[in-house]
Design a protein around this ligand. Structure first.
Ligand code: SAH
Length: 275
């Protein structure tokens, strides 16, 4: 990508004399976890609309002096899209900064469709999701050979209803790694669903509060039986990722199946097996 393109000067944008709105993943909280591309776009942005307290540090750290910076926490969807459309007619580069990755629970499509309707081009820059940052914080792996090769990213039902067939008990029947967003105040529902799916009381669980936030991250380990009490004891009631996974704690297991990729008896494209 050339710097010309990074500035949002796509052919369509030039023709319509409209800037581009970039939906940029800010990462999970640590400003250093934004991508280089996201940081570059912020540095040349004429306007930045950021999503609440989780990402203001990145916005203020990387946007240029004089940039029109606005917190969206008190805005409706219509107010946000109006703001973005208006700014895109004034600036070449407009950034909508979102926590983690914009494609996860970020109202991306709801915001983008009015931009399409207004003829404003938009693009997405991915970000480090809090699911990844939480596993990184705890030194855990989403996948493990012969344990699970599947990750489910989900939430439990709050005010947003779950589509049919996606209730946590049904998903938990897979015994895979499950990262549960937006649900720390509904931990009782998470527990009930895992029990319904037959997870044992000593199944390991992980809750990470403010993953990657310097000085504020909290890592709470427990089991299905005690994770709720442990969170209560730690005072964790918001901004947390819940992880249920048969891989948790595997660094301390006595035996582990080897990953074929690094197995000396396994040949692949980049390495021949040793006898
Ligand atoms: N797009 C974001 C998710 C937004 S939904 C992403 O990819 O991470 C908001 C939920 O994400 C929160 O309720 C919480 O479950 C989770 N979350 C966001 N930032 C977090 C962080 N730093 N640590 C733990 N969980 C976080």
């Amino acid at each position: 990508m050339t710097s010309h393109e990074a500035a949002g000067a796509t052919d369509a944008a030039v023709a319509a004399d409209t800037g581009t709105v970039w939906f940029v993943g800010a990462g999970p909280g640590d400003p250093e976890l934004i991508t280089l591309k996201g940081q570059k776009l912020l540095a040349q942005a004429g306007a930045v609309l950021f999503a609440g307290s989780l990402v203001d540090r990145a916005a203020t750290a990387f946007a240029p002096a004089g940039c029109d910076i606005r917190d969206s926490k008190d805005m409706t969807l219509e107010a946000m899209t109006d703001w973005l459309v208006t700014r895109a007619r004034q600036h070449r580069t407009v950034v909508r900064l979102q926590t983690g990755d914009p494609s996860l629970y970020g109202a991306l499509i709801e915001m983008a469709r009015p931009l399409d309707a207004a003829g404003v081009p938009w693009r997405v820059v991915p970000g480090v999701s809090s699911a990844m940052a939480s596993m990184a914080a705890a030194g855990e792996s989403m996948t493990l050979p012969e344990v699970t090769q599947t990750v489910i990213l989900t939430r439990v039902e709050g005010r947003t209803p779950m589509p049919e067939g996606e209730d946590l008990a049904a998903l938990a029947a897979h015994r895979s790694t499950i990262c549960i967003f937006l649900s720390i105040t509904l931990l009782h529902k998470v527990e009930a669903a895992l029990r319904q799916a037959g997870w044992p009381e000593d199944a390991p669980m992980l809750v990470v509060h403010k993953a990657s936030w310097p000085g504020e991250e909290q890592i709470i380990r427990g089991t299905l039986a005690d994770i709720k009490q442990r969170c209560r004891d730690a005072g964790v009631v918001s901004q947390s990722m819940i992880v249920a996974s048969p891989t948790l704690g595997s660094r301390d297991w006595e035996t582990l199946a080897r990953s074929k990729l690094y197995d000396p008896t396994f040949t692949h494209r980049f390495r021949k097996a040793h006898a």
